[in-house]
Ligand binder design. Structure first.
Ligand code: FES
Length: 138
């Protein structure tokens, strides 16, 4: 049974589901979305409750060439705030991130990075990813 006032079980638990709403602000557009309970029956891009999943549900475009399976690095984002509330990157994710241009200590694959809902996030979508989105819109 879900406990409504606990933020989550543990950040490292990929099955963890935020019990309270939290905000994700995407830069540079400063689009802020409200995230919350993951729908276990819904369609998901990447891991359920991942940054990519929340972005997709709110029409924020993040490139995701492999479909969210940690098999490319096109969904690379930089979590500027709230990274401590996210799950640990797996070895598979870190291997893919090594291929990403502009790697930083706060870099994650949006399809694998699952916030636990205990903090609001600020997520930067790198310029090359935004360019892909812009070119794809024509
Ligand atoms: S979409 Fe390919 S690794 Fe995230």
């Amino acid at each position: 049974m879900k406990q409504p006032d606990s933020p989550l079980s543990t950040p490292a638990d990929s099955e963890a589901v935020p019990a309270s709403k939290f905000k994700i602000t995407f830069r540079p557009g400063e689009d802020t979305i409200e995230a919350g309970e993951v729908d276990p029956t819904g369609h998901h891009e990447g891991e359920p409750g991942s940054i990519l999943d929340w972005a997709d549900q709110h029409d924020i475009e993040i490139e995701h060439a492999c479909g969210g399976f940690a098999a490319c690095s096109t969904c690379h984002v930089i979590v500027r705030e709230g990274l401590d509330s996210c799950n640990e990157a797996s070895e598979e994710e870190e291997d893919m991130l090594d291929e990403a241009p502009g790697l930083t200590l706060q870099s994650r694959l949006a399809c694998q990075c699952i916030p636990d809902g205990s903090q609001d996030l600020v997520v930067e979508i790198p310029a090359w990813n935004r360019n892909l989105v812009k070119e794809g819109a024509h």
